[in-house]
Design a protein around this ligand. Structure first.
Ligand code: ADP
Ligand code: MG
Length: 693
């Protein structure tokens, strides 16, 4: 009774009766610090207790669920290979055998006396048994599950030391004492329209549902809220951006036509369309805010240069910020000559440019001599000032955070803004996730590109791979050999890039081998890259510094060592370095070690798919959208419960609602929107959200 007065939504979970410091520390592992966190813990799934049988009632060939305690655990060698874990499970009516093949991990998970809930098909082999059943440890020796009330049991993500029953008990108290404190943020008319339960009901149903359907609706409500506030933040950002004034930049053709004529190819229809979209944006007295997405090699850079030249035609400066030094170098190296030919002076600024060179560049940026500036984060440092920045471009936008984006834009007065992304996502999804940007998508690559073949090999096949590479090199082609960067802590597990370099040198002794990595300075890097470009170097051993922006059409081989170390997006970027000429290219991966089934699946997927859209989707499934979109730095509310694929219908719903509300009531002053306003204020106090433009 005493406790009652004290428990509030923001009370630490330790204040809940039955939770001491130890249990509280386990809750912390689930990211649960206070009562509110606890209430918003979403069950992984639900068990329909109405299906739980007593062991004596199990029938062979039935799909069934039972609850019992572990009476015996036995590990046996399997006949062929691996191990079998046998468990004897008992309830008050009898016992049943559970057996798992090749699950050595289970040995340490189960203890005699643990309460297990298992589901699966009942078979018979000397006695009734479950083979590889789904299981859930629901209690240990000490924590005896109470009589289960309600028919639907939520299964929570568990950590060691916490049973489902601990969570249930705490949840019960939390709901009883604190549910009243939960405020409703979503207006009733929206809940009604979308058939969503009120938040209080949702929280109750999430944890103590009467039917599975109630539980599903409850989860929908939580997901909706998450999407809604995400979209609302975007809608507000967009509104802010749309209300800004900017300088119209009209394409004159003075430089842009010269540039197009200097290319030895025609723009694709897709590129022309995007250029039309961009030039239309630039011509308005409002800053452009556009995302250009397209697979690696789809020809985004040409468009970026064109856009920069429109700014220069109007006597404004343009800047392009890229994530790595080598990419900045490459832009500078590849594009200066082209730009110089048409009379445009450009500059390069990275952190490895120092001393008098640096001072000179900074001066030229300030006095406007440098019309186009390529660079890394160095561009947004204090003390770098432009004469008149009319256009800012960010390449690989997911590598940069909102603050950096804002910092670049702030180097001018409401300049036009373009971001490039080589991690394309489906347009509908892009519209939703980048709701504050207009979107252009390049869906096809320029014609005449050779096919890229990807193949996975094992360490044993290395010689074969080398031989293959050798024959390709004899045809006059060039190759990249990529190995992951070594961090000191990773010890000797990976060969250092130098060792690889030596090995490649000795295997391919009749060819010149070059080496490039992050420790080289700008000049050294530029030297190596230009020797590779002009063919003096045939094989380039590299770390992932070459991941982006290297464009050498004669390089048709990409050998990736330790591919298990790379995510899909990164592998695809690496593969994007080849297939840039007319010849057929090969991306060869050598797997050194035993890899987990998940990793193997990922690499197999990579082997079979060469489409950036498909890979981005898969990546999103595997790693969550945050990683892919760079959301962590996004400054937006998190999406943790919702699944961008599975809950897409809700996402679109939430988007429409959020944008409509902001349209109708931009400042959220209407009575029914005040709770939203309040919520946003609280959030932005933490996250700085509303101040970011
Ligand atoms: P992205 O930046 O999208 O990865 P790039 O702009 O670097 O792609 O283009 C990759 C290569 O294709 C470059 O060598 C570029 O010159 C070339 N390219 C771009 N557009 C075309 C086109 N329309 N026809 C032929 N080649 C093109
Ligand atoms: Mg490019």
């Amino acid at each position: 009774m005493q406790k009652k007065q004290f428990l509030r939504l923001d009370s630490p979970v330790q204040y809940i009766k039955g939770i001491g410091p130890k249990k509280a520390s386990y809750f912390k592992k689930l990211n649960i610090e206070n009562v509110k966190d606890l209430l918003f813990l979403v069950p992984r799934r639900y068990l329909d207790y109405s299906n739980v049988l007593k062991i004596k009632d199990l029938k062979i060939n039935d799909e069934a669920t039972v609850i019992g305690r572990i009476h015996l655990i036995e590990i046996k060698k399997a006949v062929r290979r691996g191990e079998i874990v046998n468990v004897l499970l008992r309830d008050e009516t009898g016992s049943v055998v559970l057996r798992w093949f090749n699950r050595p991990d289970l040995k340490n998970k189960f203890k005699i006396g643990d309460w297990l809930m298992v589901s699966g098909k009942v078979t018979f082999f000397y006695s009734k048994q479950f083979i590889n059943p789904i299981y859930e440890i629901i209690g240990d020796e000490e924590s005896i599950p109470e009589t289960i009330s309600g028919t639907i049991i939520p299964i929570y993500p568990l950590t060691e030391g916490l049973s489902i029953w601990d969570i249930r008990r705490a949840m019960n108290i939390a709901l009883e004492l604190c549910l009243d404190e939960v405020v409703e943020t979503i207006p009733e008319y929206i809940l009604k329209k979308n058939e969503l339960p009120a938040m209080k009901k949702a929280l109750k149903d999430l944890h103590f549902p009467q039917t599975v359907n109630e539980a599903i609706k409850a989860r929908r409500r939580l997901v909706y809220d998450e999407f809604f506030f995400f979209e609302l933040a975007l809608a507000r950002r967009r509104l802010k951006v749309k209300s800004q004034e900017g300088v119209p930049l009209k394409k004159t053709g003075k430089l842009t036509d010269l540039f197009l004529n200097s290319l030895n190819f025609e723009l694709t229809a897709g590129q022309k369309k995007v250029i039309d979209e961009i030039t239309a944006d630039l011509a308005r007295p409002k800053p452009m805010n556009r995302l250009l997405q397209g697979d690696v090699g789809s020809g985004k850079t040409v468009i970026a240069l064109y856009t920069l030249l429109v700014a220069v035609e109007n006597d404004y400066q343009g800047a392009m910020m890229v994530p790595t030094e080598i990419r900045a170098d490459q832009h500078y190296l590849n594009h200066i000559p082209v730009l110089e030919k048409i009379g445009v002076k450009s500059g390069l600024l990275t952190s490895s440019i120092k001393g008098s060179t640096r001072e000179e560049v900074i001066k030229q940026i300030l006095n406007g001599e440098a019309k186009i500036v390529f660079g890394t984060h160095a561009l947004i440092e204090e003390g770098i000032n432009f004469k008149n920045l009319g256009l800012a471009i960010i390449d690989e936008q997911h590598r940069f955070g909102v603050m950096q984006r804002a910092a670049l834009v702030n180097k001018g007065i409401n300049p036009h803004f373009l971001v490039l992304s080589a991690t394309p996502i489906p347009r509908t999804l892009a519209l939703t996730l980048y709701g504050d940007l207009d979107i252009s998508t390049l869906t096809e690559k320029p014609a005449g590109r050779g096919e890229v073949i990807t193949k996975l090999y094992t360490e044993k096949e290395k010689l074969k791979v080398y031989q293959f590479i050798h024959t390709e090199l004899l045809k006059g082609r060039q190759a990249f050999v990529v190995c992951p960067i070594i961090e000191k802590s990773e010890k000797l597990e990976l060969k250092s890039v130098k060792e690889v370099y030596e090995e490649i040198q000795s295997v391919f002794s009749d060819f010149t081998v070059g080496l490039i990595h992050g420790r080289l300075n700008t000049q050294e890097r530029i030297n190596v890259m230009s020797e590779f470009r002009n063919g003096k170097i045939t094989i380039l051993v590299a770390t992932t510094v070459i991941e982006v922006g290297v464009d050498i059409p004669n390089a048709t081989i990409m050998l990736i060592l330790h591919p298990e170390r790379f995510g899909l997006a990164q592998l695809h970027q690496l593969r994007g370095r080849i297939g840039r000429g007319a010849e057929r290219s090969y991306c060869l991966l050598i797997l050194n070690k035993f890899v987990s089934p998940e990793t193997f699946e990922r690499l197999m997927f990579f082997e079979k798919n060469n489409d950036g859209f498909a890979l981005a989707r898969k990546d999103m499934q595997l790693r969550g959208p945050g990683e892919i979109l760079g959301k962590r730095q996004h400054g937006l509310p998190d999406i943790r419960i919702g699944d961008l694929e599975e809950d897409q219908e809700l996402l679109f719903l939430a988007r429409d609602d959020a944008f409509e509300i902001i349209n109708k009531d931009p400042e959220l002053r209407m009575t029914e929107h005040l709770p939203i306003r309040k919520y946003l204020k609280e959030f932005s106090a933490k996250e700085d959200l509303l101040r970011i433009g």
